[in-house]
Design a protein around this ligand. Sequence first.
Ligand code: ATP
Ligand code: MG
Length: 436
Amino acid sequence: MTAVTRPCYNTPMTAEIVAIGTELLLGHVVNTNAAFLSQKLAEAGIDVFHHTTVGDNPGRLTEAIRKALGRSDVVITSGGLGPTVDDITIETIAKLTGRELILDRAVLKDLNGYFKLRRIKAPRDSIRQAYIPEGAKRIRNRVGTAPGLIVEVRGKVIIALPGPPREIEPMVEHEILPYLLKHYALNPIPYTLRSRTIKLTGLAESQVNAKAKDLLSLKPPTTVGIYAKLGEVDLKIMAKADSDREAARVIGRIEGKIHSRLRGNIFGYDEDTLEGAVANALKRKKLTIATAESCTGGFVSHRITNVSGSSGYFMMGIIAYSNESKVNMLGVSPFTLKKYGAVSREVALEMAEGVRRLAGTDIGLSLTGIAGPTGGTKSKPIGLVYIALAMDDCKKLKAESRKLKALVKEFRFKGTREEIKFQASQAALELVRRNV
Ligand code: ATP
Ligand code: MG
């Protein structure tokens, strides 16, 4: 079982993240720093109960930090450490904690070194970054110019980090986490938290919910969460126990229940992907595949070839977008096209059979549909997709699939053009996984 083990401490500690920047509030920049920091803190066993985002405004920033300090042990800010006029984090923290800003010679030396190395004259404003609140510890920034800061205030800590994600990542890994564990003298106590994610496809969140209602209402130390994604639903089991073995045993028991109820729709666990599951199924059976795609424009082939070693089973992918290409390359009959239209069961079947024949593979997979946002009609709405598998005469296939020789399924997806394409690729891969 692959699982995440997280330490727990005798003194529970809480951290809170304050992301600073008007660009975050306007939605111009996505707050990935909060997600990154939360993940790292969770892995280290530190609880995060609040995230705040605030613009470059001294009053509101002061209020946000003060509030965070009132309810959490550690407040981590990101952004606003640079030399520009809207970078107000340091001044605000200095005022809030009643400290003077003093010139730090080491920071100045680093700054001068940074510009010298790049043969740039240091801009006048850059010296602002060398002023840090009295008594603050500085965290070296090996990627950019703004150093991070640790300001200890009455048993609590404010940690100020720069905005750019590539600058904070090494700082958190190498300096912040070791500092927190040491400063709070956090000693791991002998119980662990383990988690296991079970990945399902082909069911809506409400269908999974109906099958796992009792498990989803479990209370700590063992919980099950449900996460709906596009074309996928995940169930995440978390178990806290005295020992790793006990946590694994509890997870195993719940996993067994989920398995018995939803077996057919489980395609993987933890870091597994659907294309990876398809790869394993094809390799196990020594089957080869070729694709003929219309509405997905090669996206299914792209996902299949995202798996290293796919050349062993993926022989050919054709994007047959126009009617002519469906006829000329795949041998779809003009009569079928005319009678049923390009988006039809009949054309999907002929495309799958055509590419299978052309590539000489065991399986031919095809997709034809309407991705929108234009081109839908009453009888053929946007999101209508036909996916077919041709598996004629293949002795290595499951008996049920072999009997069928070919199959086609109709789907009606909702969403934007890209979302429809993704859901179609997910359904196509799932169709392969289930039938080989
Ligand atoms: P710099 O010295 O680069 O100005 P800074 O500490 O002043 O660093 P900001 O000016 O607040 O940081 O942000 C710089 C850039 O970092 C932003 O334009 C944005 O691209 C990115 N950034 C800032 N905050 C976040 C965040 N919370 N999540 C992801 N990216 C962010
Ligand atoms: Mg800045």
